[in-house]
Design a protein around this ligand. Sequence first.
Ligand code: FES
Ligand code: FE2
Length: 340
Amino acid sequence: MLTTQQKTLRKFWYATVPLHTLTDGPVPFRLMGEDIVIFLDENGEPAALADRCCHRTAKLSKGWVDAGKIVCGYHGWTYDRDGKLVRIPQFDADTVLPRHSVPRHHCVGRYGYAWVALDDPLLPIFDVPEDSDPAYRRIFQFDQTWNCAAMRMMENSFDNAHFSFVHKNTFGIATAPKPKKYEIEETDYGFYAASLIEILNPPIAHQVTGSTAETTERNMRNAWYLPFCRRLDMEYPSGIRHIIINSATPIDDGRIQLVQLLYRNDTEADCPTEKLIEWDAVIIEEDREVLESTDPDAILDVSRKIEQHMPSDRPGMIMRRRLLELLRANGEEEVTRAYD
Ligand code: FES
Ligand SMILES: [Fe+2]
């Protein structure tokens, strides 16, 4: 599937830039191959427009924000959060403005990020109850550009067979390559997949897991949100919950912005933020390394190619079927390069 070619995928929310980066002015972002600009309106809410002035096409992200309106840096034409042209500085005050605008996109602030849907969203942004639960702290872990497709990141997120290989130097048990089964329940937003796995627990991970044992159990409750978000709720026997929220935001066909938030039900004294970032950074670097070597054109319709997955890969197969169903329900077929 070539992400940017599937119009249906424009109808979903993706995390783009952290809200705090918007306080100094507009920020450019590329979403599904489209250049957009994100800025804060007069209410301090994020707004997203096409990053192209309707006068002489200069990038609005090169301009600035004045009282919640975005000002083009070329001649000062000014737009509101809906993209409507509200000021032409060269006009006399009593001259009627032409009815021009730039395309606007849906944009809201949630969980510390500006979330954008290019077209009318089909589903709301998923709920993260821990975000408003005082028993949990939110940690901004990662915000990185990866050279891979969003679909590759998603299939990896539910792949229990890669731990013994990709993560053999961190938590994966190299001598136990047979993956644990997932219990899967399909939902409106995608699916819920639960699995209990055994992991290595090296000293660097002791504060993360709340255990000093050589190995420990990880109760994984993993949810997929169509098309490219997931929530991985990991619970350890210590009672610690380590809940990761990912948005594999498609920049274009071969790149994603990998956003990772973490929620923990412990305190800074139990496990410092620095440690939580350090440990997970090593793990996601292992994933990044292998995912950047994969073909970004991850096919959904596996009947078109000999891609008989491992028997364990039920989540990946369900994900492919659901995405195909989604495209077809919206009058689209998968766009992919030709396969044998
Ligand atoms: S190009 Fe933006 S105001 Fe002229
Ligand atoms: Fe991984």
